[in-house]
Design a protein around this ligand. Structure first.
Ligand SMILES: [Zn+2]
Length: 135
C-alpha cells in the first residue's frame, strides 16, 4: 500500500454530513465537532472508511520523512513531493483530521482578514502542515 492509495481510499471532498455536523448548520465553523471536516480553503474534506492514524503516519513517514522535521511544508512543496497539488491537499487534510500534524491556513491563522485576501494567500502557497519533530 502506498500513501496515495491509502489517502484516496480514506478521504472524500466535501464537509462531513454526520448528524452532529448537519445539526450545526447555522454556524458550522464554530459548532461542528473537531476532527470531522478539514478546511483546505479551495475545498473541504472528510474521512471515510475509518482511516487509522498510525497506519497513515507510517506510510507518510516512509515516503516523505522530511514532512516530520518539525518545519512547515506548504502544499507547493508537498504537491511537488507527490506530483499533484490536489492529492497533496487531501493528504494534508487527512493528516490533520487524524491528528498527525497541524494544518495552517489563512482561515485557521488569520480568520479576521477578508475572504479575497485569504484566497490570494492560499493561491500563493499559504496552506501548510506542521508535524511535531521526531527523532
Ligand atoms: Zn460530522
Amino acid at each position: 500500500m502506498n500513501l496515495i492509495d491509502y489517502v484516496t481510499g480514506h478521504v472524500e471532498r466535501g464537509a462531513c454530513q454526520c448528524g452532529q455536523c448537519i445539526d450545526a448548520v447555522k454556524n458550522p465553523e464554530s459548532k461542528q465537532p473537531k476532527g470531522h471536516t478539514a478546511d483546505l480553503m479551495f475545498f473541504k474534506v472528510k474521512m471515510v472508511n475509518n482511516p487509522d492514524a498510525t497506519e497513515f503516519k507510517s506510510l507518510a513517514k516512509r515516503e516523505f520523512p522530511h514532512w516530520f522535521d518539525g518545519r512547515e511544508h506548504s502544499y507547493l512543496q508537498t504537491g511537488g513531493d507527490i506530483g499533484d497539488q490536489g492529492l497533496a491537499l487531501i493528504t494534508m487534510g487527512l493528516g490533520k483530521l487524524l491528528g498527525v500534524w497541524e494544518l495552517l491556513t489563512p482561515n485557521s491563522l488569520l480568520p479576521f482578514i477578508d475572504e479575497g485576501m485569504k484566497m490570494e494567500m492560499a493561491g500563493k502557497g499559504y496552506i501548510s502542515i506542521k508535524a511535531k519533530k521526531e527523532d
